[in-house]
Design a protein around this ligand. Sequence first.
Ligand SMILES: CCCCCCCCCCCCCCCCCCCC(=O)SCCNC(=O)CCNC(=O)[C@H](O)C(C)(C)COP(=O)(O)OP(=O)(O)OC[C@H]1O[C@@H](n2cnc3c(N)ncnc32)[C@H](O)[C@@H]1OP(=O)(O)O
Ligand SMILES: NC(=O)C1=CN([C@@H]2O[C@H](COP(=O)(O)OP(=O)(O)OC[C@H]3O[C@@H](n4cnc5c(N)ncnc54)[C@H](OP(=O)(O)O)[C@@H]3O)[C@@H](O)[C@H]2O)C=CC1
Length: 449
Amino acid sequence: YPTMAEFYAGKTVAITGGTGFLGQGITEKLLRTCPDISKIILFIRTKRNTDPKERLKQLAMKPAFDILRQSQPNFHEKLSFVSCDLEADDLGLSSDDRRTLRNEVNIFIHSAATLKFNEHLRISYEMNVLCVRRLLKLKWNNLQAFVHVSTAYAHVDRKYMKEEFYDCGIDYLDLEATLKWLGDDAIEKLTPDLLKTRPNTYTLTKALAEDVICRESGNLPTCIVRPSMIIPAWQEPMPGWCTNVYGPTAFIIAYGKGLLRCCLADREINADLIPVDFVVNGVIGAAMKTASEFIHRRRSSGYNKIMSSETARKSTNIQIYHINSSTTNPLNIDKLSKYLVAYCQRVVYDYSVFALQTLPAHVMDTCLSLANQKRQFVKLNGKIQSGMEVMGFFFTTNFQWDRSNADRLLQAFQPGDRKMYNLDVRVFTWKDYFMTYISGAKKFILKEE
Ligand SMILES: CCCCCCCCCCCCCCCCCCCC(=O)SCCNC(=O)CCNC(=O)[C@H](O)C(C)(C)COP(=O)(O)OP(=O)(O)OC[C@H]1O[C@@H](n2cnc3c(N)ncnc32)[C@H](O)[C@@H]1OP(=O)(O)O
Ligand SMILES: NC(=O)C1=CN([C@@H]2O[C@H](COP(=O)(O)OP(=O)(O)OC[C@H]3O[C@@H](n4cnc5c(N)ncnc54)[C@H](OP(=O)(O)O)[C@@H]3O)[C@@H](O)[C@H]2O)C=CC1
């Protein structure tokens, strides 16, 4: 395998979700560490009346690029965009942009998704599953790697996950046909039956998307990266860097602000959290390995007929990489217990929340009202509790992951790259990292010094 910088020299990379947390990290690292990369094309939609062109400008000003801006002030010249709407039939792409993508893109990274756990199944399906089907059909002429970002929690109907495809129990073609004629209310009623033991529509649709990759990617050089819960950066682009409050981040902030005291969690479980820089390295490295092997095989790429799920799973050579922490550097929730009260029994949790959070929130709001100020604590407490409801499943269930493939991926990197694109989480201690996490949340989310 070549070095990462050699591999990406002269390459055109396209990224969906480039405006998101992981996408920003990937874009920054590629530009900073692979100086001869030709171009990065970001899929950007119009959002809150801001068009993609303006959003790209705003993106280049974001903190993710602060370090890069110092060494390469003109880095934005390598960034371009295609205007998209990934929920639309034609992905919202113009015919010119389709042509550009078909002919120019060498590496494609699909990171866009809706991450809302409780999203309506129709929206979650369209964004997380149907969009993947549409992207695979783009008739890529020069593609060397198609990297699909999934999640280590895609198959949470199991307790132990290998880096392989699993039967989802639902055929996405059947589901897609059903969603076409069912109304939104009926879908909502049917959703619990479809989820079975899964906690939410997010995990179901991410699992179905993997089935799409398995059955429909044909000869395209494809791989899947499954990160666990992505949290602020350990080191890159800067310690603590983050852009959202997903996963435990909202709770850590709420805890720091004195709004959270109780957690619906089992102390025995290992929390699988992974700083974003390791995931960025995994995606960049997986693309390099997939493409290098593809170039070596000199197989023609192209879109094939859809295979049955079982045949596809038996015959596939698509590599899957678990980028996680608990396999090699576990974080036991018990270690957090001096900071908060964790209850795994529902009834005890409900009473504790009432006594330690809800009641004080009402008292505080009453004081605010008396002082003629706006009430806020009851509303905030409600948000924290609804967040805890959707996260509770993950805080009370223990999972284990095999990560042999991810370890082999690191071995495929040139010795000089193994540090710069490290995937081995044993290099930090959780105690030290948490100081970084907390100061990152303060700086990048709360905008406090
Ligand atoms: C010291 C305390 C430590 C506590 C630590 C506890 C132990 C840690 C154990 C860790 C175990 C491991 C966890 C594994 C989790 C696996 C997850 C799977 C991995 C993935 O693939 S990533 C997907 C991650 N997705 C999310 O995290 C999304 C979670 N959020 C949602 O689903 C929704 O936002 C939510 C919370 C249901 C609200 O939805 P909705 O009402 O429709 O509104 P919005 O989404 O528009 O958001 C409204 C409002 O809520 C804020 N928000 C977002 N996330 C949370 C949250 N987790 N808790 C509380 N509030 C949240 C959001 O920012 C919005 O705020 P505004 O102020 O803008 O209104
Ligand atoms: N964050 C995490 O903890 C984990 C994430 N993952 C996976 O990693 C990937 C990236 O997640 P992350 O970066 O954290 O998420 P973010 O929410 O930060 O980013 C999501 C990205 O998807 C884009 N997107 C969403 N809907 C559309 C749409 N209809 N059209 C075009 N773009 C759209 C968003 O664009 P816009 O800016 O326009 O909203 C944004 O760029 C996802 O596939 C997720 O499932 C996996 C495990 C854990």
